[in-house]
Write a protein that binds this ligand. Structure first.
Ligand code: FAD
Length: 437
């Protein structure tokens, strides 16, 4: 055991494994502590095209073909008729984003990334939970961890990366975590067989359905498995009494458009529930530490942005860690501020759409998209994850916001009611979690 590594990473999900691999390859001594053991279940199965360059840099893109389903786009069903849906294929995006993405069973994907990290030279410890971190402003922190056998270890790294996902270790322990006061949702989900896929080259596409209490996803996975989830307002999930599975089916029945696809569904996993999950920390860095991925912020998963944003922030963290280790304090602070701005940009781009996704105005725009000056293609770029650098996408998304505003006013009464429900739900707490230890 290297008790005084350059870097200690809390958590071996996509964010932790990404930054670990890259730092080890750059010659740093890295320890990664993961409280569970891979392969382990995790939700978050639909990736974005912009994940592909990151996977390539990690050297695992070739392996994806064995473990993933190819996703060429997303379809949205907005009414009760199952045959009336709109497909947005990634090959129509502006710019150079890849024309497909992948869908994965996270136990396989996360395991692959974790193994890749170990092979890059990271000292990985599974079944090792971080219990306490004493941050030291001068630079040598003390981290206490406990193995499954109850044995405790103390580590004194020069830099701590918090990649602990929605456990948000540092933000939780230090009172930095802030609930999102504009949006809250909760979800029920499981794996099923016997679900019809979309025809032809769209067989791997994710399907999204609106229903009165939120939205549903259908994500095709390998072995004929379909992941189905219902993302609901907390006021609806609070009505659940007794059996979660029965409540899940009752919920799906509220979406007639999804009914024919699920009529022969057989569950191949338990139905899991996860509570209110939109939050962010009020800081992402400090002397000798950094928060990446969900450990810093979490937004609703409707645009499948979580894994991409997590891996993107992991890559963005590399120069920060290296400036600190090289004792370049000024460069460290500048890199942190750039990281902050970039993180903010990504979260803002998605949050704007997320807050409005269930409003009738947004539903109408997804139903009848007009590619006026390529605005629809800019929305596809957003769906692809191209939200950071592309100026032409940003300009067109700004125009989309104006179009949305006009549509909102034209549906004033219904739009206002949808907004009120969202804001009322943001004040509710539904904290059940059966998806995590
Ligand atoms: C209902 C739902 C649906 C979603 N759907 C999608 C989707 O379709 N597409 C998508 O991209 N994203 C989706 N997401 C989001 C996605 O799951 C996350 O954004 C992504 O997993 C974040 O990666 P991460 O590495 O930051 O955290 P995680 O993947 O959560 O990894 C964190 C790791 O840290 C470990 N850990 C936690 N605490 C400790 C500790 N104290 N000590 C040691 N280890 C610790 C955990 O065991 C875990 O392995 C969804 C999320 C939810 C809730």
């Amino acid at each position: 055991m290297t008790t005084s590594p350059d870097v200690l990473i809390i958590g071996g999900g996509p964010a932790g494994s990404t930054i670990g691999t890259r730092l080890a390859r750059n010659g740093h001594t890295v320890v990664l502590l993961e409280k569970d053991e891979h392969p382990r279940f995790h939700i978050g199965e639909s990736l974005l095209p912009m994940n592909l360059p990151i996977l390539e840099r990690l050297g695992v893109l070739g392996q994806m073909k064995q473990i993933a389903v190819v996703k060429r786009g997303a379809d949205f069903t907005y009414g009760d008729n199952p045959l009336v849906y709109r497909t947005y294929n990634f090959d129509r995006a502006l710019g150079n984003s890849p024309t497909h993405a992948f869908e994965v069973k996270r136990e396989t994907f996360d395991h692959m990334l974790f193994e890749n990290c170990r092979q890059a030279g990271v000292e990985t410890h599974q079944n090792h939970k971080v219990l306490k971190v004493e941050l030291d402003a001068s630079g040598v922190h003390r981290v206490l961890s406990e193995g499954r056998d109850g044995k405790q270890n103390t580590w004194t790294p020069r830099f701590v990366v918090d990649a602990s996902g929605r456990n948000a270790f540092l933000a939780g322990a230090n009172g930095w975590k802030r609930k999102n006061l504009r949006h809250a949702s909760a979800a029920m989900f499981g794996h099923f067989k016997g679900i019809e896929r979309r025809p032809g080259k769209n067989a791997g596409n994710i399907s999204i359905y609106w229903f009165p209490h939120g939205w549903l996803w259908m994500i095709p996975l390998q072995d004929d498995v379909m992941s189905i989830g219902a993302v609901c307002w907390p006021d609806y999930l609070k009505r659940r009494r007794g059996d979660t599975e029965a409540f899940f089916w009752e919920t799906l029945a509220l979406c007639p458009a999804a009914k024919n696809r699920i009529s022969h569904a057989q569950a191949v996993s338990p139905i899991r529930v996860t509570g209110n999950y939109s939050y962010r920390a009020n800081r992402s860095w400090g002397n000798g530490y950094l928060l990446i991925g969900d450990a810093f912020a979490f937004i609703d998963p409707v645009f499948s942005s979580g894994v991409y944003l997590a891996m993107n922030s992991a890559e963005g963290g590399i120069p920060i860690v290296e400036h600190w280790l090289n004792d370049e304090k000024q460069a460290f602070r500048s890199a942190c501020r750039r990281f902050e701005r970039r993180t903010e940009k990504g979260l803002r781009a998605y949050s704007w759409f997320i807050y409005r996704f269930t409003s009738p105005a947004m539903r109408n725009l997804f139903k009848r998209p007009r590619n006026f000056v390529q605005v629809e293609q800019a929305v596809i770029s957003m769906l692809s994850g191209d939200v950071f650098g592309n100026r032409s996408v940003h300009l067109r998304l700004a125009l989309f916001r104006i179009i949305y505003g006009v549509s909102w006013l034209r549906n004033l009464k219904a739009s206002y009611a949808a907004r009120r429900r969202r804001l009322e739900n943001a004040t509710l707490t539904f904290s059940d979690r059966s998806d995590a230890a």
